[in-house]
Design a binder for this molecule. Structure first.
Ligand code: IPE
Ligand code: IPE
Ligand code: MG
Length: 246
């Protein structure tokens, strides 16, 4: 006897989609450990999940997705794991020219570039250039990304502009700060999903998430399915976003 899994897609209100989804892809290591595999196997499986989820977001009509791939704090991990993650990201970017780029996805990297190898920096430029005229979902890969670093960087840019007399410090607005973040020009995330049930942001989009709806699930990132994505969107659509009003 076969039971077809109920398709949740029909329950999504297409008129009320989140414009921008942030994803903290967590739990790769635990996923691998449960299977007696090295952590790297979890990261590899996580990369496959990412491809699937971006494709589905694009198909549904989500305009922006920001995925947390490597934080400014992740350099603390053993060198072997850091090296593996960097290689995985490099091949992900390379492969995306044949995969996501063909699906009309615009791929961008956000985060500090200088700490990355020359090879990765070159590949980022290439992938960004290759996909910049696409018209589908914009995918920000947060790579060596940290919200505090991002805000320090914005503060420095505005300080330089004040120093040169271009702007007055008292004229600095929230919009001017937003504009100097890596996500400048993009809408703030409406929904932030974190897998593996760690209930924190871990330095992810702190400024941009001021009014994001947060969704935490016990599912580990490699297991996160298209159906789980639909559930998160359905839950988001049931929330009452008051923005401080009544
Ligand atoms: C998320 O999975 C991927 C990165 C942070 C690069 P983790 O590697 O943090 O997996 P856990 O949290 O140890 O299970
Ligand atoms: C956050 O996950 C970073 C990414 C998902 C890339 P971590 O696993 O690094 O976060 P903590 O250490 O549990 O806060
Ligand atoms: Mg983790």
């Amino acid at each position: 006897m076969f039971f077809r899994k109920k398709n949740k897609l029909s329950e999504i209100d297409m008129e009320n989609l989140p414009k921008h989804i942030g994803v903290i892809m967590d739990g790769n290591g635990r996923w691998a450990k449960k299977r007696g595999l090295p952590r790297s196997a979890g990261h590899q499986a996580g990369a496959d999940t990412l491809k699937k989820i971006v494709t589905e977001c694009n198909n549904i009509g989500i305009k922006y997705i920001t995925v947390y791939a490597f934080s400014t704090e992740n350099w603390k991990r053993p060198k072997e794991e850091v090296d593996f993650l960097m290689n995985l990201l490099l091949s992900y970017l390379r492969d995306s020219e044949r995969t996501l780029a063909k699906e009309n996805v615009v791929i961008r990297a956000i985060g500090g570039r200088e700490e990355l190898t020359e090879e990765i920096q070159e590949q980022i430029k290439k992938t960004e250039e290759f996909t910049k005229n696409n018209t589908g979902i914009v995918m920000n890969i947060a790579l060596n990304y940290g919200s505090r670093e991002e805000l320090v960087r914005a503060a420095r840019i505005l300080a330089e502009r004040s120093k040169s007399g271009e702007i007055n410090p008292e004229d600095i607005t929230e919009d001017m700060i937003s504009a100097e973040l890596y996500t400048g020009g993009q809408p703030d995330p409406d929904l932030i999903i974190r897998t593996s049930y760690e209930l924190r942001l871990s330095n992810f989009m702190m400024w941009q998430s001021a009014y994001s709806e947060l969704y935490f699930t016990k599912t580990l990132w490699p297991d996160f399915s298209v159906n789980d994505l639909h559930n998160a969107i359905i839950e988001y659509q049931s929330r009452n976003r008051r923005y401080g009003g009544v």
